[in-house]
Unconditional design. Structure first.
Length: 355
């Protein structure tokens, strides 16, 4: 299949003008960014895994009010972690010097999951909105839930970080596969193999090329794509579309924090690394104090998403004085490509790479 044919097929599948998906960025956006991208002819995404049920319903109502075009709802499919008191204690002991610095009693901070996987309850909430596209991170939901989503008429996407994951997703019902290269910002979507094992994962170019050889569903490139030239490179490789997140972080419609915006605009943005410190799963972000002093990958960090509970008060205290020491500064390897322009203008500029 030619690149043009693949792109046209994906446009038809998603119901969009541009074969471009705005990556869902949990904690950094709401409906405003998704609506702006959808209205510009691409596929806006709403990161639905971190909202409370009430907040998600409000976001969906606002999104429906601001766009009549297709949009994507994204959910997580991670396994519920087993509580490990000894590991949690080691983690809090590791963080205790920072807590002392800010006068925080970590013993008073409750542990908690923070992010729930897709469930029947979430399906009940979402079903009345009939989302045109639903994407998943960390695999796919159980078959009964997946079939329920498909029964709404939704197109189903999910992320693969290896060829084996791409083949698994195709075999288990994904309508298209997002090839998430190592350059991608935010959480790695891997779901086959251990959480700390990223050795089997590859860069975007290699992953896209490999998946194109073995899959018959559309392959969407993600990771290190920050401008029209990178989009054109993925088109030349044969990708049916692209998914882009980091480039949108400086848009006014994004909810990127002040310290995160400052980091993206500084030379610091050129140094990113994979880290499990902030949530317990590997994710790419700009190197900050915690990553530098603890090392980006730490076995003591509790399983995803439990690591974030003890960090939350440290993050809040540091951000209150303008410091990003304990903040997850998610960003892709080409974070320097961020521009402070509106999401619609950025979308059109990126889509020019398909011409």
């Amino acid at each position: 299949m030619s690149a043009q044919t693949a792109q046209t097929a994906l446009n038809r599948l998603l119901g969009v003008e541009h074969a471009l998906i705005q990556a869902p960025m949990a904690g950094h956006q709401g409906h405003a960014l998704a609506a702006a991208v959808s209205n510009a002819g691409a596929l806006g995404s709403l990161p639905s895994a971190t909202f409370s049920p009430q907040a998600l319903a409000a976001e969906l109502q606002a999104l429906r009010a601001q766009t009549e075009r297709p949009f994507n709802l994204n959910f997580f499919c991670h396994p519920t972690p087993q509580a490990d008191a000894a590991r949690e204690q080691r983690w809090r002991q590791r963080l205790s010097p920072y807590a002392d610095e800010f006068g925080i009693d970590l013993g008073a901070v409750a542990a908690g999951p923070g992010r729930a996987p897709f469930s029947a309850a979430l399906a009940d909430l979402v079903e009345p909105f009939r989302p045109p596209v639903v994407s998943f991170h960390f695999g796919l939901p159980e078959p009964a839930l997946l079939q329920r989503v498909k029964a709404w008429g939704a197109v189903v996407l999910s992320s693969a970080t290896t060829l084996d994951e791409g083949l698994w997703l195709q075999a288990h019902g994904a309508d298209a596969v997002i090839a998430q290269g190592l350059e991608a910002g935010g959480h790695r979507g891997h779901f086959l193999g251990g959480d700390l094992d990223v050795a089997a994962q590859s860069g975007t170019l290699t992953l896209v090329a490999g998946l194109l050889r073995v899959l018959h569903v559309p392959v969407i490139a993600a990771g290190g794509i920050a401008d029209a030239r990178a989009v054109a490179a993925m088109r030349a490789l044969g990708a049916a579309g692209v998914q882009i997140g980091t480039a949108y972080l400086l848009c006014p419609e994004a909810q990127t924090s002040a310290v995160h915006r400052a980091a993206l605009k500084s030379p610091q943005s050129q140094r990113t690394a994979l880290t499990n410190l902030f949530t317990g799963r590997p994710a790419r972000g700009i190197v900050n104090r915690l990553m530098h002093e603890q090392g980006p990958m730490q076995p003591d960090a509790p399983a995803f998403p439990l690591a974030g509970a003890a960090l939350a008060p440290l993050r809040a205290a540091a951000e209150a004085v303008g410091r990003s020491d304990f903040s997850p500064l998610w960003a892709g390897a080409d974070a320097g490509g961020c521009r402070e322009i509106g999401a619609a203008e950025l979308t059109r500029a990126l889509a020019a790479g398909w011409v």
